[in-house]
Ligand binder design. Structure first.
Ligand code: GDP
Ligand code: IMO
Ligand code: MG
Length: 452
């Protein structure tokens, strides 16, 4: 049994995704033996910039970029095997050989072509107000099949189910009929090619499939350190996010028990990632959204276009109400506050400190999407900074106004900022020494500058 201090760590998003989780995971990876994805699927797009090279990871844990790290796809991930194989091949072509270090849970579910078709058709058929703006990666339909059980396909089935191909063909046929009946269109479902996809998944991924739950437990028992990489963001959580404009999984540390089969009580450090402003892709309420020149300026400076779909991200001021809520849900111990460099050049920067709704002041987000849509943000403005931050590596070298801004966010959210992002590159990060209480920062190597 694991005893004593538990160094296992979770990196998760405090917003609606794209907070910079990939960058933080990549930075911390050298201090861990295993990196684990436990929720979502190819809807995720985690970017890592190393020197002149940029990598965008969708299904593979960001840890695969580090030779010594075992990358694990846990039971709670919905895996499109064709997308995964494509991602592995693309990395191999760039000199990153993933297969020997990748473990896929035998309990994880497969996303097949009919899930993606259903996702697209449902979105096309929805009216403007109820359209979620999904990534069309088949995430919702696959999780629905998982809950329905009889129509689900898991990785263990690839190895052990006699007659799986016939069952998949039957599911695909009946899905086509159901989609035709609902949407008048189901023709793009190609049963033969879906069965071929299953065969390819079996052939290419067979050696990677294993009992990852046991692997994690044994690793922890043996003193191994585990980094959990959440996908999406807390505000997209199926239970706690801005429902129904959410994704279909548990997107924070609470998802580790469900999605990795690992006790959340063994995770000692929960690093919540947030940008110095807010972004959202897809539909749904966004209290601090700026549909004006300022929003456009943030989008341009921050290069705010989706990693998975290329869609422009909606931009707005930092929302401390949403961030504090997300942090509390996740038991956040440390904040990683990124993109401070993007806010350089603004005369003043805004932070939302409350919502106003029908004459009342709200300090936590309401459950109803229509109420949240109608709230008015109370914005506090602070003096901005004009200095270029991208070359700064010491916290104390940041401009006073930037430090004041960080202090204000720490106070409002109630959690210390332990990592500061001043650019997209791996090295453009300020890691504060207090993280050493939980993470062995010496393992990060000399390229990572640790400051007070
Ligand atoms: P994720 O899904 O949470 O991993 O985030 P994405 O990779 O989708 O989006 C974050 C974007 O911000 C990526 O393009 C990163 O390269 C970039 N990024 C991360 N941190 C910083 C930062 O501190 N400054 C700037 N300018 N870009 C950053
Ligand atoms: P990462 O891991 C940003 C959003 C979609 C849509 C909603 C539901 O890169 O932060 P889905 O395809 O999951 O059914 O879409 O959730 N969404 C994300 N937005 N980053 C993500 O992942 C997202 N994953 C899902 O835009 O609004
Ligand atoms: Mg992303």
């Amino acid at each position: 049994m694991t005893t004593g201090r538990r160094p296992h760590t979770c990196v998760f998003g405090l917003g609606w995704g794209d907070e910079g989780k990939g960058k933080v995971v990549d930075l911390l990876c050298p201090a861990f033996d295993l990196v684990v994805r436990f929720n979502g699927g190819a809807n995720a797009g985690h970017t890592v910039c190393v020197g002149d090279e940029t990598f965008a990871l969708h299904l593979l844990p960001t840890g695969v970029l580090h030779d010594d790290v075992i990358a694990v796809i846990g039971p709670g991930v919905v895996v499109d095997p064709i997308a995964l194989i494509g991602e592995m091949d693309a990395l191999a072509a760039r000199g990153v050989e993933v297969a020997p270090r990748l473990r896929i849970s035998d309990r994880a579910h497969l996303v097949l072509q009919y899930h993606k078709v259903e996702d697209q058709l449902a979105e096309q058929a929805a009216d403007r107000d109820s359209r979620i703006g999904t990534t069309a990666r088949g995430i919702g339909p696959c999780y629905a099949d998982k809950m329905r059980r009889s129509t689900a396909v898991r990785f263990t089935d690839l190895l052990h189910e006699v007659g799986l191909d016939d069952r998949v063909a039957a599911i695909a046929e009946s899905r086509r009929a159901a989609l035709c009946a609902t949407y008048g269109d189901g023709g793009v479902i190609d049963v033969e090619s879906i069965v071929k996809d299953v065969a390819l998944a079996r052939e290419r991924l067979r050696d990677n499939i294993c009992d990852t739950t046991r692997l994690l437990h044994e690793s922890a028992d043996g003193g191994g350190t585990i980094l959990f990489e959440a996908a999406n963001g807390m505000l997209l959580d199926i239970d706690h996010g801005t429902y129904p404009f959410v994704t279909s999984s548990s997107t924070g540390p609470h998802g580790i028990g469900v999605g990795a089969g690992f006790p959340p009580t063994w995770v000692g450090c929960a690093i919540g990632v947030a940008k110095a402003y807010s972004t959202r892709v897809g539909s749904g309420p966004f209290a601090t959204e700026l549909c004006d020149d300022i929003g456009d300026r943030i989008r341009k400076r921050g290069k705010e276009f989706g990693t998975t779909t290329g869609r422009p991200r909606r931009c707005g001021w930092f929302d401390s109400i949403a961030c504090r809520y997300a942090g509390r849900l996740g038991g956040v111990t440390d904040l990683a506050l990124l993109h401070l460099d993007t806010l350089s050049g603004f005369e003043e920067v805004g932070v939302c400190v409350a919502y106003r709704y029908e004459g009342e002041t709200l300090t936590t987000p309401p459950a109803s999407a229509s109420v949240l849509e109608a709230v008015e943000p109370v914005i506090e403005f602070m003096p901005g900074w004009c200095e270029d931050l991208q070359g700064i590596r010491n916290f104390d070298d940041l401009p006073q106004n930037t430090r004041n801004y960080i202090d204000r966010i720490e106070t409002l959210v109630g959690v210390p900022v332990s990592i500061v992002g001043v650019g997209p590159e791996r090295s453009q990060t300020i890691v504060r020494g207090r993280l050493a209480d939980m993470i062995d920062l010496k393992r990060l190597g000399p390229a990572t500058h640790v400051t007070q």
